[in-house]
Design a protein around this ligand. Structure first.
Ligand code: PA5
Length: 466
């Protein structure tokens, strides 16, 4: 892997954490023929055009349109509000947190070079109302993101914001909307045509949680003034590696294989991702969705019932040393850990020398807080390793456009490899459908009358409420 982004897998192996809990090289070697076949299959699909997410870094023409639109919008709007959910929301938040200063939205206007970005990715009315309270229509651009164009949470929020937008702006409300959706299908595409609203397209074949490098993630990023070309150069750099047949040279294959072996051989089915960086915490949250929705499946590819899938958890170092690490070090050995360690932090804060006579705290005086967090990360890594807990680490030279996007791309590619190893389809989400159908039925959408009647019958049964 490039020197700016590395994956340290040392502590996943038996020689670091013991043979009862660590992966053996023999296990990896035994999987090699399967991995080679799997990569060959993925590469063939990629060449056949059925896995377009691999090659989004080639879409130069799309980048210019995004940049041109964003450059104008940045001068016009004080706020950007993304209405989307799941794969249509988590990437934008992750990029804002990683690549803009923390507490970006709270900075005074003269300290920001681009609009604030809000992503109310829930149907909680208090959340959307709170954002509407602080984003007057005149100063706000709404980016509605939905690939299907039907998602209830997103469409409800869209319909909710339209009322104040139209009231405040009359016909000009259209200029305060931009859609990101399927090029041909869905309600939003139709509305973009009938209402004359600017739109960007999500390439067909790129699913929600794999769409961060389409306008789904790139447009909000560009609206924030993030250099999307630098991001995509980080992606292109990692693309060179993800089809490498050599386990030791391919970070996505190594990541997926080690997680799969720990899970399937030793039952370590909780996958904790723990950045030692607030800026990277929402990337761990983005990964949580990617790993969970892609690998958590009832049926395998043959149609057998398997109820498979690791449970991803996002934790934050050093904060969770005072919340979760007790459990991680001494609780059940049913987890693997992925640290994200930046080598350098972008801001420096030093502890002052104020109480020289107080030895218990004076050792901190004159030290940078970066020294402290780096030491704490290393200490947790050591504690977990001594307690036989397999762990690995993505090491970023610094948190920057290329390393953040490169890391996300490696994780997307790893998800496809893991899907192959678990023998499930990582690109579908049939389990989410049941909830969507019940919601439609409860809200009286036509065509769901039968489901509504069943739910009503269930509700009439005697409930046991304490
Ligand atoms: O990964 C996925 O496919 C999902 O999380 C979707 O992104 C999410 O359900 C939102 O779907 P849509 O973009 O169609 O509104």
């Amino acid at each position: 892997m490039s020197r700016r982004l590395q994956l340290d897998i040392t502590r996943m192996f038996a020689d670091a954490v013991g043979k009862d809990f660590g992966v053996s090289r023999d296990e990896v070697d035994a999987l090699e023929p399967r991995l080679k076949a799997l990569l060959q299959g993925l590469e063939a699909k990629r060449k056949g055009g059925t896995l377009p997410f691999y090659d989004l870094c080639d879409a130069e023409d799309r980048f210019s349109r995004i940049e041109d639109y964003a450059a104008k919008a940045r001068t016009k709007f004080k706020n950007v509000v993304v209405l989307g959910i799941g794969g249509s929301a988590l990437g934008a938040v992750a990029l804002r947190e990683a690549l803009k200063p923390l507490h970006w939205n709270e900075l005074p206007d003269d300290k920001r070079d681009a609009p604030r970005l809000f992503v109310p990715d829930n149907s909680d009315p208090e959340l959307l109302a709170a954002i509407m309270d602080i984003c007057p229509p005149e100063e706000t651009l709404y980016n509605i993101i939905t690939k299907s164009g039907t998602t209830g949470e997103t469409m409800a929020a869209f319909l909710a914001i339209l009322t104040p937008l139209k009231e405040a702006l009359g016909d000009k409300y259209r200029e305060h909307l931009v859609f990101t959706t399927d090029p041909a299908k869905g309600n939003l595409r139709e509305l973009s045509r009938t209402e004359g609203i600017t739109s960007f397209t999500i390439p067909p074949g790129v699913g929600g949680r794999f769409s961060i490098f389409t306008p789904v993630g790139l447009l909000p990023a560009a609206l924030l003034g993030i250099d999307i070309r630098k991001m995509m150069s980080g992606v292109a750099e990692q693309r060179e590696r993800i089809f490498n047949r050599n386990f030791d040279e391919n970070p996505s294959v190594a990541y997926a294989t080690l997680q799969f072996l720990s899970n399937s051989v030793r039952g370590q089915n909780i996958h904790v991702m723990m950045p030692y960086s607030n800026a990277m915490f929402r990337t761990a949250d983005w990964f949580r969705q990617l790993w969970a929705e892609s690998l958590g499946k009832r049926n395998n590819l043959k149609g057998d019932t398997v109820f498979t899938g690791p449970t991803p958890v996002a934790a934050l170092g050093a904060t969770d040393q005072h919340s979760q690490v007790q459990l991680y070090v001494e609780g059940p050995n049913d987890k693997t850990f992925t640290f994200i360690f930046p080598k350098h932090y972008r801001r420096k804060v030093k502890s002052g020398k104020h109480f020289p006579d107080m030895e218990a705290i004076d050792y901190l005086a004159g030290k940078g807080m970066d020294e402290l967090i780096i030491a704490e990360g290393k200490a947790t890594q050591r504690a977990l390793t001594s307690a036989h807990r397999p762990n690995m680490a993505f090491i970023m030279e610094e948190i920057a456009e290329d390393t953040v996007a490169g890391l996300m791309y490696i994780l997307e590619a790893a998800t496809l490899v893991a899907g192959g190893l678990y023998e499930v389809n990582p690109l579908d989400q049939p389990g989410v459908e049941a909830g969507k159908i019940a919601t439609y039925a409860l809200l009286g959408k036509s065509g769901y009358e039968e489901e509504r009647a069943t739910i009503q019958k269930e509700d009439e049964r005697e409930a046991r409420i304490i």
